[in-house]
Design a protein around this ligand. Structure first.
Ligand SMILES: [Zn+2]
Length: 469
């Protein structure tokens, strides 16, 4: 059974909900005021891999991910660009789903927008007021963190140590610097919804509480997001649920950042890489490969070099799938963003067992990828030595494992990868070599070179890379 690191416990633990074969998962989604960047891409991919893997094991996953379509960033950007906040949000929400589809990420079962849940948020804030956990100031309603005894659980810090490290807030009227806005009274001309405290809009930390409890129910299994959401966003979500006496997420999963040249990617450093740009340049599967090659709790480094290495691993997989086409065709010819993967069965049992053990050990995808590589190498070697059944079982395992990770060989990306006719040529080359028909093999090699491919032939078969010069 899958075990994952739980931020609240500070250690790896089982997910008891999975015992019933079901998992309810809430992924904190985007605030839609700009194009998605590669950090968003990692978010999409990490939880897509988790979901696909669980579905591959036969579990039923309920996946909810919100869209924050009202927020100060949206209002400010709309003002700067002279458009309505709702038009702006709609445009960037579309871009979000375009990028998600291009990455081959399964769409959530529900993707609620904050603006669709405002009345539920007003009710929640009113209930918090009624319980004495919130108070009204001149500009809105605030949550009193002192009403939650274990505030700081996710940050793994006490309120006192959080306070010691906190910036001095301009707003001195709050009872405590950590108190946060639940409801912001709107200035004239800003988007506003009615409330008992006056027209305004919800604070960011409330929407996920209302939406997750509404769509997944109390005591849902898993709440996820980037490390930057751990504190204060998730802490503040949890605090509201605790103050309301509601059973909230049972497990908290956070993934690490994307780094560019050794530094965390951030607006202030000006080193943002747009996901849309990356996907226009590279095979989207190369980014999935790169994300899989890092553990989700470690940073992913994006450089031309790491992308090139991931692309080369991908090309090796494409060529392999060409050689063992039957194993891959049988399973899933075309990846779909609507349907999850289908376990094919019949694969090499020891390889599949190792793969499962790696994935269930806190989603150890680098280890899982190493197991895929080993099986691939062994399948090529078995085929070269004429051990057809062994090769077939191993190839089938590779097809199964890559499918479980959402990594589909050949043509599922946005224009990259190795074309089918090149894969055919490489398969022909290896067949000729196996027959010891060296003149035919040389002719195919010359053809590939003429088409701009570097051909490397080793004991495990041939692979090609695009010449990058
Ligand atoms: Zn959230």
């Amino acid at each position: 059974m899958l075990r994952l690191h739980d931020t609240a416990l500070g250690r790896i633990s089982a997910l008891p909900g999975l015992e019933s074969g079901r998992l309810s998962m809430y992924v904190c989604g985007p605030t839609v005021y700009d194009d998605p960047h590669v950090g968003h891409g990692r978010l999409l991919l990490v939880y897509d891999v988790l979901r696909r893997y669980l579905e591959w094991t036969g579990a039923e996953v309920s996946h909810v991910s919100n869209v924050t379509d009202i927020d100060d960033n949206i209002i400010n950007r709309a003002k700067d660009t002279n458009q309505s906040p709702s038009d702006l949000a709609m445009r960037y929400e579309e871009r979000w789903w375009e990028a998600s589809d291009a990455l081959g990420v399964l769409r959530p079962h529900h993707a609620p927008r904050a603006t669709e849940y405002v009345s539920g948020m007003v009710d929640l804030v009113a209930e918090l007021m009624g319980r004495g956990a919130a108070y009204l100031l001149g500009d809105g309603v605030y949550f009193a963190v002192s009403s939650v005894p274990d505030y700081g659980l996710l940050a793994q810090q006490s309120l006192e140590s959080l306070r010691a490290g906190a910036r001095i807030e301009a707003d001195q009227s709050k009872r405590s610097p950590e108190d946060f806005a639940l409801w912001k009274l709107s200035a004239p001309g800003e988007p506003a919804w009615p409330s008992p405290w006056g027209p305004g809009r919800p604070g960011w930390h409330t929407e996920c509480v209302v939406m997750s409890l509404d769509l997944l129910g109390e005591g849902f299994d898993l709440h996820t997001g980037g490390l930057d959401l751990k504190f204060p966003h998730h802490e503040n979500e949890r605090a509201q649920a605790v103050a309301l006496g509601r059973d909230f997420a049972h497990h908290w999963m956070h993934h690490a950042f994307v780094e560019v040249a050794g530094e965390k990617m951030s607006k202030s450093l000006g080193n943002f890489i747009s996901l849309t740009d990356l996907l226009a340049r590279e095979d989207s599967r190369a980014y999935r490969m790169l994300v899989l090659q890092a553990h989700y709790r470690s940073p992913v480094e994006i450089t031309p070099d790491t992308i090139a290495r991931a692309s080369s691993t991908l090309e090796r997989l494409d060529v392999f799938a060409g050689r063992f086409r039957a194993a891959f065709d049988r399973a899933r010819p075309v990846p779909s963003v609507e349907a999850g993967p289908t376990p094919a069965g019949g694969g090499d049992a020891p390889a599949l067992e190792l793969f499962r053990a790696a994935m269930e050990d806190d989603l150890d995808t680098p280890r899982a990828m190493a197991i895929v590589s080993d099986a691939l190498r062994q399948a090529n070697a078995a085929a070269d030595a004429g051990r057809a059944d062994e090769a077939k079982a191993l190839a089938s395992a590779v097809s199964d494992m890559t499918g479980a990770l959402g990594l589909f060989p050949q043509g599922s990306g946005t224009g990259g990868g190795v074309p089918a006719e090149v894969i055919d040529l490489v398969a022909g080359l290896d067949t000729a070599r196996a027959r010891r028909d060296f003149p035919a093999a040389d002719a195919i090699r010359a053809e590939l070179t003429a088409q701009g491919w570097l051909v490397e032939t080793g004991p495990e078969g041939s692979r090609v890379r695009r010449r990058r010069d």
